[in-house]
Design a protein around this ligand. Structure first.
Ligand SMILES: [Ca+2]
Ligand SMILES: [Ca+2]
Ligand SMILES: [Ca+2]
Ligand SMILES: [Zn+2]
Ligand SMILES: [Zn+2]
Length: 499
């Protein structure tokens, strides 16, 4: 007498065995040790075993069947909306309201087991939020909130988590000051929890468990968390965001000169605040940031000249800069996941300079090259005075604005690592001979010779004087050396001189 077949009487499950802990279906009776309930179906299932005495020659009885009942249960948690991209509310550089990946719902079925007992149980939710500092790359807001506690305890002030269970959201309590566990205090079949999001680069997950086990993500067989946002490619960037493609650590914008702007794809997606308003950057274009302390940026032409090199220039305001970051104006001090380098802005100031200097880029880097510029001083008063004194009697224009434009744009050219003309390896001649070489229209060519020459020739030559308009492509080819990424390990960024 031996068993010959199993049946679940049409319930839809499978018989099989475990191979290294993984269920493997089998139709061979001798291999069967386990039964797997059908996915997304719960209820009372009747399993029948049929036995026979097939080798008996005499008194061969017909096969006999015995049955037992048990409960096939399902515990499922809902997914985050696939269109959700983390976007809390920011007003004047302050995070004022969370947004939400929506509610997550856990459902246990059936309502009663095969013995007629209720299946309701205590649901315990777990939160696994990201841990990015601040709410974007450069927010300067202290990230604390005051949380109420039940009587008789006083409220507590704690760091805001990137994502939190919403307080007062139902029949649950948050457990511990970590606030990452929420326990329902009524036995339930269905519970729902709301998550508040406080970061533009949030990535996290919720899970929920009962005595029987952990809820399975709806529609998935082996996933027991519900992630937010949806991030199937695992780069921590919401798949629904336009910045999502490639790796989170990528910094490969391209364009003339060296690729990359020092901000990774994930950092560009998480974004920063410009004049107190949140912006995500373009991972496909190099981004450069200027802090225009004295309000002279608009007198230059850097946006257009750098734009021709596929570089986008953004303006930072004082409230966007965390001066505590090494005393320097970093644009991504709140870095965490997928960070490459502390990237700095160009800090533009109108101020006095020694005799002979109209502008100065405080540069560091390899000998002979501008390297990394941090602070730029332009002496607008001196330009005004000296251009005025060079203007010949009878000329109809003083060219003060043109010269100011030239100096401001030229010094910011140094800020993206553009050389003086002729300042490359193997060059011959004196410094002056080389600096006064090349394209007359290029901001990086010295133009004292043009100014002094036109001044000496008189009003007609002065009025006809042409000032630079671009960063050249030949013969010096300035733009081919553009470099805005602070990460070259041979060229670290030291503290700038006082300005
Ligand atoms: Ca993604
Ligand atoms: Ca980048
Ligand atoms: Ca970029
Ligand atoms: Zn220079
Ligand atoms: Zn040039």
């Amino acid at each position: 007498m031996r068993g010959i077949s199993y049946s679940d009487n049409g319930f839809g499950g499978e018989f099989g065995y475990l191979m290294n802990g993984v269920f493997t279906p089998s139709a061979t009776f001798s291999q069967i040790t386990h039964y797997r309930c059908p996915p997304n179906q719960s209820g009372t299932v009747t399993i029948s075993l049929t036995a026979d005495d097939p080798n008996t020659i005499l008194a061969d009885d017909p096969p006999a069947t015995a049955s037992r009942q048990f409960t096939c249960w399902e515990f499922l948690v809902t997914p985050c909306s696939s269109s959700w991209v983390p976007t809390p509310t920011v007003e004047n550089g302050l995070l004022t309201m969370p947004d939400s990946p929506g509610s997550f719902t856990a459902t246990l079925t059936p309502a009663v087991d095969h013995l007629g007992n209720s299946m309701a149980d205590y649901h315990t939710w777990h939160l696994d939020p990201a841990d990015e500092p601040g709410w974007c790359l450069n927010s300067t807001q202290p990230m604390y909130r005051t949380y109420p506690l039940p009587d008789p305890y006083a409220p507590v002030t704690l760091p805001i988590l990137d994502a939190e269970f919403r307080l007062g959201g139902g029949f649950y309590d948050l457990i511990g000051l970590q606030r990452k566990t929420a326990r329902y205090w009524v036995e339930s079949l269905v519970t729902t929890i709301e998550v508040d999001n406080w970061d533009f680069g949030t990535h996290g997950a919720v899970s929920v468990e009962i005595g029987l086990g952990t809820a399975r993500l709806e529609g998935e067989l082996n996933i027991y968390v519900s992630e937010f946002p949806i991030d199937a490619d695992g780069n921590f960037i919401a798949d629904a965001a336009p910045e999502n493609s490639g790796l989170g650590a990528e910094d490969e914008e391209g364009g003339p000169g060296s690729p990359g702007d020092g901000l990774t794809r994930y950092e560009e997606y998480r974004g920063l605040q410009l004049d107190g308003v949140h912006h995500r950057m373009d991972p496909n274009l190099r981004d450069v940031f200027v802090y225009d302390q004295s309000g002279i940026y608009a007198q230059g032409n850097f946006t257009a000249a750098a734009g021709a090199l596929s570089i986008t220039v953004h303006q930072l305001k004082a409230g966007d800069i965390n001066y505590a970051t090494g005393g320097r104006a970093a644009v991504n001090p709140n870095h965490g996941t997928h960070h490459k380098v502390l990237q700095h802005c160009l800090w533009l100031v109108n101020g006095g300079l020694p005799e002979g200097f109209w502008g100065q880029a405080w540069t560091v880097g390899p000998p002979g090259d501008p390297g990394r510029t941090i602070a730029i001083t332009v002496d607008v008063d001196k330009i005004t005075t000296e251009m005025g004194s060079k203007t010949p009697q009878g000329a109809s224009t003083d060219h003060v604005d043109d010269a100011t434009n030239w100096v401001i744009t030229y010094e910011q050219g140094h800020g993206i690592a553009l050389h003086h003309h002729g300042n490359f390896s193997g060059a011959t001649g004196t410094d002056d001979e080389r600096r006064y070489s090349g394209d007359l229209n290029c901001y990086m060519r010295y133009i004292g010779d043009k100014i002094n020459g036109a001044s000496a020739l008189g009003p007609a030559a002065w009025d006809a004087l042409q000032f630079p308009t671009l960063f050249c492509t030949s013969p010096d080819n300035c733009r081919s050396r553009a470099h805005v990424d602070d990460s070259d390990p041979a060229d670290p960024v030291p503290s700038p001189p006082a300005i």
